[in-house]
Ligand binder design. Structure first.
Ligand code: ADP
Ligand code: NI
Length: 215
C-alpha cells in the first residue's frame, strides 16, 4: 500500500523537478529523500509520511510558484487524496509548510518528529560540498556576483527582507549555510552537519586566501 503511493509520488516529483536550474532539481529532491530515510530510521519517525513529505517538500516553494504557495498545495492534495487518509495528507502538507528556511533571524519551528526529519534532510543538502555547489548555482541562475568584498554580510531579520535579497553568493554562507549546524532538530543530523560545517569553514579559508592572492 505505502510502497505504491511512494512510487507514484517519486514519479510525480521526478517529472515536476526535471529541469530546474535554481537548485531545486530532481537530484536535490532525491538526496533529501534518501537522507530523510536514513534520519527517519535512526530517529524512529513514520517512514511513509517522511518519504512523501521529502519527495514533495519543494512543490509549494514560493520561489517556484510566482511567489504564491497555494497552487502547490492543491497539486499535492490532488496527487495524494485517493491513496492516503485525509489526515495523513494534511500531516504531509503541514510538514511542507514548515520546512523552509526564512532568513538568519527568523524562527522556523516544526511540530512533528517527521517534520523535524524532513527539515534536517533539506538543510543538510544546503551545506557541505553539495551545499556550496548549490549556493553558487543559485547565484549564477539569478545573475549574482560570487563575492563582493565591499558587501558586508547581511543577516536578514524577516522573511520579506530575505526574499528580496540580491547579495553575492558568499553572503549566503553567513545568512544561512554557516548557521544551519546549530539549527538541526535531531542528533543524527547534527552529527552529519558538524562534519559538513568544518568542510565549509576550510573552503572559505581557502577561498579568501585565493581571493587576496595569498594562497
Ligand atoms: P531548499 O531547497 O534547501 O529549501 P532554497 O529553496 O532556499 O533551499 O534554495 C535552493 C538552494 O539555493 C539552497 O542550496 C540554498 O542554500 C541556495 N540559495 C538560496 N538563496 C540563495 C542566495 N541568495 N544565494 C545563494 N544561494 C542561495
Ligand atoms: Ni529543498
Amino acid at each position: 500500500m505505502s510502497e505504491a503511493i511512494i512510487e507514484k509520488t517519486r514519479q510525480f516529483a521526478q517529472s515536476f523537478f526535471a529541469d530546474d536550474g535554481s537548485g531545486h532539481d530532481w537530484w536535490h529532491v532525491h538526496r533529501v529523500w534518501q537522507t530523510a530515510c536514513t534520519l527517519a530510521d535512526a530517529e524512529g519517525a513514520d517512514r511513509t509520511v517522511v518519504e512523501i513529505a521529502a519527495l514533495l517538500h519543494d512543490v509549494a516553494d514560493w520561489k517556484l510558484g510566482n511567489g504564491s504557495e497555494e497552487p502547490g498545495y492543491e497539486t499535492i492534495r490532488n496527487l495524494l487524496k485517493d491513496d492516503l487518509p485525509a489526515e495523513t495528507v494534511e500531516r504531509v502538507c503541514a510538514i511542507i509548510s514548515q520546512v523552509s528556511y526564512k532568513g538568519a533571524g527568523v524562527k522556523t519551528p516544526v511540530d512533528s518528529l517527521e517534520g523535524q526529519v524532513v527539515q534536517d534532510a533539506d538543510r543538510l543538502d544546503a551545506i557541505g560540498a553539495v551545499g556550496i555547489a548549490r549556493a553558487f548555482a543559485y547565484g549564477g541562475n539569478r545573475n549574482r556576483l560570487i563575492h563582493d568584498p565591499g558587501h558586508e554580510p547581511v543577516l536578514h531579520q524577516s522573511f520579506g527582507e530575505y526574499k528580496k535579497n540580491k547579495g553575492p553568493s558568499i553572503n549566503h554562507f553567513y545568512e544561512k549555510l554557516l548557521l544551519l549546524k546549530d539549527r538541526m532538530n535531531t542528533p543524527t543530523a547534527r552529527a552529519i552537519a558538524d562534519q559538513r560545517h568544518r568542510f565549509m569553514e576550510q573552503y572559505l579559508q581557502q577561498f579568501f586566501g585565493e581571493w587576496d592572492g595569498k594562497l
